[in-house]
Design a protein around this ligand. Structure first.
Ligand code: NAX
Length: 482
């Protein structure tokens, strides 16, 4: 598991650490790591010696890191040019070191560039990128380097132009290939549009972990977490002890939603899937192992319910939702179930003791919360989770899982391939199976999002992706992961 920390916590940790070290030590550590990464990148594409490197240098310590790293590259024979965005407020010691090593300052981007280092602004950023930095950033995609290729862009700490604590991108921003960050991850590396602009994020250890205190803003699971949390059958297991998940999805109009959510559930850890609803024939036809019933009330015993996908919003759907919420079992609500909730008829049913997970996309989130998630997706998801006392899985490129107590996770495995009809139905089924197997709701949500994301990526290898492809990819992905 990795953790991303807010700027205020990072600043406090840096201050505490700096008090124990000679002045400038942290910047030297940061710059050394940055220079090493840049040199590696250049040596992979023609060498450091003779390469043209452009530094975009802002007025703070982010610019200082960049100048020191530029000095190292210049001393190794690269032609390093620095554009000082605020010459009057540049990091003076960094600039002196840069010039001593043979670096030169220039007023504009050179014709040929082999590497761009973005040191305009780091965690000291406030608001959208200001001019003239914004205009410079807009020109970066037009640059050309060795062999006419677009030069790689390395962002220092964070890509300039992003909101560090939320991952929002309010305007022009650097699109980095690699972000070299120091001490710890920040939210902009893992959530929102900023996470995409950060590219591949590499963490340089500057000794901060000892002095970081409190709770991280966002946690990020990795494959080892998912594998260690996944319930496994053992020699003593039977189909009931592994858990039975109930699926109340689909309708005569949307039988496919039932099939997809059941397919997702069958890839999960439970020993049995029960289906309740009017798509029962379609479900049995596709999945003979599933036990079907026409209604939730007739379904028999389960340990968790999934309700919503393709259910419709008529009186029959309302009855099914009410039946599910009346149980004392963990419940996952998706799609039409969320729409039904908004009518308010079920608001009181939500005050239940048993776990509840909801899986809205932005539109459903807006209907539930009264407004779209906005710039701070993690904050918005946490507020809704606290308000309805449920785990909220807010879908997106970096899906967020938020708990009522304010803990947030970002899923790192998302893929645009998942933006396809029915993909959410597959996710809901898988998540429900994890709930029925006894996995705590926030963990079930994180695990399902992670595996679902990997399945999207795997399906993508074979061309355009439909949701049955995502469902079919769950098993091979789990076989590799577990
Ligand atoms: N504090 C420390 O111990 C360490 C800090 N380090 C570096 O220092 C950075 C933080 O340095 P600073 O606190 O000086 O802040 P930054 O260098 O991130 O930015 C501050 C400067 O950027 C300008 N600025 C702010 N928002 C802007 C915007 N939207 N558009 C254009 N310009 C804007 C401000 O006028 C200010 O002068 C980190 O990101 C990291 O790169 C590293 O050297 C590691 C150690």
């Amino acid at each position: 598991m990795r953790q991303a920390w807010r700027v205020a916590d990072v600043r406090a940790a840096e201050k505490a650490l700096m008090a124990t070290l000679p002045a400038g030590t942290l910047m030297q550590r940061a710059a050394a790591g940055l220079a090493r990464r840049c040199a590696l990148l250049l040596s992979e594409s023609g060498g450091v010696y003779g390469a043209t490197v452009v530094l975009l240098v802002g007025s703070g310590d982010n610019g200082g890191d960049t100048l020191y790293a530029g000095a190292t590259l210049a001393s190794r024979g690269a032609g390093v040019r620095a554009i000082l965005l605020r010459p009057d407020r540049v990091h003076l010691a960094g600039l002196a070191a840069f010039r001593r090593a043979g670096g030169v300052t220039v007023g504009d981007l050179p014709d040929r560039v082999d590497l761009v280092v973005d040191g305009i602004v780091g965690i000291g950023a406030s608001g959208g990128l200001r001019e003239p930095a914004a205009a410079l950033v807009r020109r970066l995609p037009g640059l050309r380097g060795r062999g006419g290729a677009r030069p790689p862009v390395v962002a220092v700490d964070v890509p300039s132009g992003v909101a560090v604590d939320t991952g929002d991108v309010p305007g022009d921003a650097v699109h980095a290939d690699i972000t070299v960050t120091f001490g710890c991850l920040k939210p902009a590396h893992v959530v929102g549009a900023a996470a995409v602009l950060a590219g591949h994020v590499e963490l340089i250890d500057i000794g901060l972990s000892e002095t970081l205190h409190g709770d991280p803003a966002v946690r990020v699971p990795d494959a080892a977490d998912i594998a260690s949390w996944w319930p496994r059958a053992d020699a003593g297991s039977d189909k009931y002890s592994r858990g039975v998940v109930g699926i109340a999805t689909g309708s005569a109009t949307y039988p496919g939603a039932a099939v997809l959510s059941v397919t997702g559930a069958l890839a999960g850890p439970t020993g049995m899937v029960r289906y309740a609803g009017s798509a029962d024939r379609d479900v049995v036809h596709r999945h003979p192992s599933v036990v079907v019933a026409p209604r939730v009330a007739d379904a028999g015993r389960v340990q968790a319910w999934v309700c919503g996908s393709g259910l419709g919003t008529d009186d029959g759907a309302r009855t099914e939702l009410r039946s599910v919420l009346a149980t004392s079992l963990p419940v996952l609500l998706d799609a039409d179930a969320l729409t039904l909730l908004v009518g308010g008829q079920h608001a009181t049913d939500l005050r239940r003791d048993a776990p509840l997970v909801i899986t809205p996309h932005d539109g459903e989130f807006a209907r539930l919360a009264g407004e779209r998630p906005g710039a701070d997706r993690v904050g918005a998801a946490c507020r809704l989770a606290a308000w309805i006392n449920a785990v909220v899985l807010l879908k997106g490129d970096r899906t967020i899982v938020a708990t009522p107590s304010g803990e947030a996770w970002a899923n790192p495995t998302g893929s645009p391939a998942l933006a396809t009809a029915g993909s959410g139905d597959v996710l809901a089924g898988l998540l429900g199976s994890l709930l029925a197997a006894g996995v705590p709701p926030e963990r079930a949500a994180i695990m399902a999002a992670y595996v679902h994301g990997l399945a999207g990526r795997r399906a993508e290898r074979d061309g355009p992706v439909t949701s049955p492809d995502v469902a079919a990819a769950l098993r091979p992905v789990l076989a590799e992961l577990l």
